[in-house]
Design a protein around this ligand. Structure first.
Ligand SMILES: [Zn+2]
Length: 248
């Protein structure tokens, strides 16, 4: 029963993230006016806004103009719900879990906006960074959060300097934020995981001059995936790795 409520919370959060992902890059308010069809502008009612189900029920089309509604809306809602549930299964009811829900939301929004637009908005990373330090006080501890932010932000800042525009300031700020939420060890692991997921290739391309300003790599989704895994499964991944090492 309680898990059902967590999934519901995740779906609702995901529904809000869809609004953020669509409106923030346009400079629009995320709270006003209410949701509208992006095709015809008709304001949407409660029946149009039930996460995932409305989309299925309306077969991915607007009730008013018949225009197609992207399948990404229900996907973002489901991904958020699954992320919320996995964080809860790991942390039960705790500050760690609340922090994980906030971090999941931030990472999903940043990954999607960077994927679409090639930017990571300050309007997410600045407040997110402050929240991260605040929550770290109850989880990894402030000193660890500062070290993590400094380390991960520093690495990406160096990479941004070397790449001369291929990697942006938004990536650096997102790395700072991930470090603040996950602490020093988490930041180290996040960096390793992100690098393994294709980041190494991107950094090589950028620093070797094979790719430059015009081929800016959209790094946000990699940062988000690595950061999330490090926050939620950091201990497991490190244990697994040490066990594996002990066979040699
Ligand atoms: Zn419409």
């Amino acid at each position: 029963m309680f898990m059902f409520l967590i999934v519901l919370l995740g779906l609702i959060a995901g529904s809000f993230l869809n609004v953020v992902i669509y409106r923030l890059p346009l400079g629009e308010s995320v709270v006003w006016p209410g949701s509208r069809c992006t095709g015809c502008g008709h304001s949407l009612g409660v029946g149009d806004l039930v996460p995932v189900l409305s989309w299925l029920w309306l077969k991915g089309r607007c009730r008013y103009c018949g225009g197609k509604i992207s399948g990404r809306y229900p996907v973002i809602e489901m991904v958020t719900a699954v992320a919320f549930l996995l964080v809860y299964l790991k942390g039960d009811m705790s500050c760690y879990t609340v922090g994980g829900w906030i971090l999941s939301s931030i990472l999903i929004a940043c990954a999607a906006i960077d994927y679409d637009e090639g930017i990571i908005p300050n309007r997410i990373t600045y407040p997110g960074l402050i929240l991260g330090f605040f929550i770290s006080y109850f989880t990894v501890g402030l000193p660890s959060a500062f070290l993590g932010a400094l380390l991960y932000g520093g690495i990406l800042f160096s990479a941004a300097l070397l790449s001369r525009g291929g990697m942006g300031g938004g990536d650096v700020k997102l790395a700072l934020l991930i470090g603040a939420f996950s602490g020093f060890e988490g930041a180290v692991l996040a960096f390793i995981l992100t690098s393994m997921m294709g980041g190494v290739g991107a950094v090589y391309l950028l620093t070797s001059g094979k790719a430059g300003r015009k081929t800016a790599v959209r790094f946000g989704p990699f940062l988000a995936a690595g950061g999330w895994l490090a926050y939620v499964y950091g201990a497991e991944i490190i244990n697994y790795y040490l066990t594996w090492l002990s066979y040699f």
